[in-house]
Design a protein around this ligand. Structure first.
Ligand SMILES: C[C@@]1(CC(=O)O)C2=NC(=C\c3[nH]c(c(CCC(=O)O)c3CC(=O)O)Cc3[nH]c(c(CC(=O)O)c3CCC(=O)O)/C=C3\N/C(=C\2)[C@@H](CCC(=O)O)[C@]3(C)CC(=O)O)/[C@H]1CCC(=O)O
Ligand SMILES: NC(=O)c1ccc[n+]([C@@H]2O[C@H](COP(=O)([O-])OP(=O)(O)OC[C@H]3O[C@@H](n4cnc5c(N)ncnc54)[C@H](O)[C@@H]3O)[C@@H](O)[C@H]2O)c1
Length: 218
């Protein structure tokens, strides 16, 4: 197998500099500015992953779908008003989705002044972070990014992996967690043991036998 150069094949001088992280939005306060179709899309992306996120929405016009979501998701509050920099005083993280580029720049500046991370939807140059495409199998979550090159490809890869990865993977994950919690001995022993068991699991998942997760962990 040939190793791909870490800088990738894109022509940008910096290569792919994105570092993926998984953020506990349920423990942070997100401020979303803009509540049109793009604001709704980003809100749904957040709620799909973090249904208990605390999200304050600031917008002059708010789509009825967003009011409906606020009825079901108790962490959402809506302030129907024009944006002011002080709206970010409560924020840990900022997502902007307005139709006004000057305002988007102002939101970014206000966020930076408060040392907050900001995503300006569909405006890569104004983003500190991008939203990713997400594959979910219970506790397993895989975030996908194309370094902003093609979100549509990210979406397709999500579909591909969702279909390719067995749902039983989450059962395996839960079993491994039980084993992890029940292992006694020093750290080095636990690491060795967990690596031994998971090596067997991978071998059986790719082998001919199906559903061997239970057998291998017995
Ligand atoms: C992954 C996903 C997460 C989410 O948003 O939930 C996401 N975009 C999704 C879909 C999608 N977005 C767009 C289309 C239409 C087709 C197209 O234009 O390509 C489709 C496809 C569709 O909807 O089918 C329009 C679009 N998006 C951006 C631009 C501006 C530009 O590229 O310059 C434009 C053009 C706007 C215009 O023309 O004006 C930029 C960004 N979109 C990102 C994320 C970040 C990069 C992620 C990465 O590194 O890959 C980044 C940089 C910033 C950000 O917004 O965070 C989500 C997949 C959800 C899923 O998995 O189902
Ligand atoms: N709709 C799309 O499919 C699409 C696709 C790609 C990119 N975009 C771009 O994304 C951006 C947002 O798109 P949209 O369709 O959601 O726009 P939209 O016009 O429907 O919604 C804009 C939102 O920003 C809010 N807003 C504007 N000025 C404000 C202010 N001063 N204070 C508070 N809120 C304010 C509006 O009230 C509204 O909720 C636009 O720049 C658009 O060009 C849209």
């Amino acid at each position: 197998m040939t190793l791909v150069n870490n800088t990738g094949n894109n022509n940008e001088e910096l290569g792919n500099q994105l570092f993926p992280v998984f953020i506990k939005l349920n423990e942070l306060h997100t401020v979303l500015i803009g509540a049109g179709p793009v604001g709704l899309e980003k809100l749904i992306a957040i709620l799909n992953n973090s249904a208990k996120a605390t999200i304050t929405i600031i917008a002059i016009d708010v789509l009825p779908e967003i009011y409906s979501l606020a009825e079901s998701f108790k962490g959402i509050s809506i302030h129907q008003k024009a944006f002011e920099a002080s709206d970010l005083d409560i924020a840990d993280i900022v997502v902007a989705a307005t139709n006004n580029n000057v305002l988007n720049e102002e939101i970014r500046a206000a966020a930076k002044q408060r040392k907050l991370l900001v995503n300006v939807a569909d405006k890569p140059a104004l983003c500190d972070f991008y939203l990713g495409s997400v594959v979910k199998k219970g506790d397993l979550k895989i975030g996908i990014s194309t370094n902003g090159k093609s979100p549509t490809v990210a979406k397709r890869i999500k579909e591909l992996l969702t279909n390719a990865l067995p749902d039983e993977l989450d059962v395996t994950l839960q079993q491994l967690n039980e084993i992890r919690n029940s292992l006694t001995g020093d750290f080095a022993f636990k690491v060795k043991e967990l690596n031994r068991i998971t090596a067997m699991l991978l071998a059986s998942e790719s082998g001919e036998e199906k559903n061997t997760a239970t057998k291998t962990t017995e």
